[in-house]
Design a binder for this molecule. Structure first.
Ligand code: DX5
Ligand code: ZN
Length: 220
């Protein structure tokens, strides 16, 4: 049976109360904290960096999943590893040397992931499947929370699931963007096992209510 992971994106949390927010969402049942890093260069928005990652680290025991939307990638990786990140993923277009960046992440003791924008082909995976711990399929164009799910992503999730099954390796398949109670089951049926949700969770007062409803959809 598939183990599903709910990964709230703190992009939609109240940044003035971030420690409390991450504690509350983990108490509400979150399995992973998704941490969106944007640089106003690779994507047209600017968010948070290693200092904030280190600040929330003592507040939660669950893995911190750092989604780097930055270019260049490599020089920031050691700082996130030191700040307590468990998973670090990046966009292949943002790295000059994908294999080297994956190795750098692993050398720093973190799990490594590759992220695919709606318009990016999965072909970047072909020669690096043995160095990947997570594949992240974007179901919106990166840069902002609160966008609508792009249905075409379901086909890409299914294609990534086939690649993972063929590899025989234990690789998480995460989907990010526009995930809500009413579409999480479709993403799971396509093959995803890890679900990022920002506005769907932090946009409601009852985090547990949303996470429980998502789990009920996944069990249906
Ligand atoms: C978008 C980010 C997402 C975002 C998801 O670039 O990578 O993680 O926070 O937010 P929602 O769930 O609101 O689409
Ligand atoms: Zn993200």
């Amino acid at each position: 049976m598939t183990t599903y992971h709910i990964a709230p994106s703190i992009l939609s949390a109240d940044f003035a109360r971030l420690g409390e927010e991450v504690r509350n969402v983990v108490s509400a049942g979150a399995d992973i904290i998704h941490f969106d890093v944007m640089d106003n260069h690779y994507v047209p928005n600017l968010t948070i960096g290693p200092l904030v990652c280190a600040a929330i680290r003592p507040h939660v025991q669950v893995p911190i999943d750092v989604h780097l939307m930055v270019k260049p990638v490599d020089r920031i990786i050691p700082d996130f590893a030191k700040a307590g990140a468990n998973i670090i993923s990046f966009h292949p277009e943002a790295s000059e040397h994908i294999d080297r960046t994956l190795q750098l992440i692993r050398d720093h003791g973190c799990k490594a992931g590759l992220v695919f924008n709606p318009g990016t082909s999965l072909q970047f995976l072909e020669h690096v499947m043995d160095k990947i711990d997570l594949i992240l399929i974007m179901s919106v164009n990166p840069g902002f929370g609160g966008q609508s799910f792009i249905p075409e992503a379901l086909k890409k999730i299914a294609a990534a699931r086939r690649l993972i099954d063929d590899s025989g390796r234990d690789i998480l398949l995460e989907v990010d963007g526009g995930i809500k109670i009413d579409n999480i089951a479709a993403a799971a049926r396509a093959g995803a096992d890890t679900f990022v949700a920002g506005s769907a969770i932090f946009g409601k007062p009852d985090y547990k209510g949303v996470i429980d409803a998502m789990r009920a959809e996944l069990a249906s």
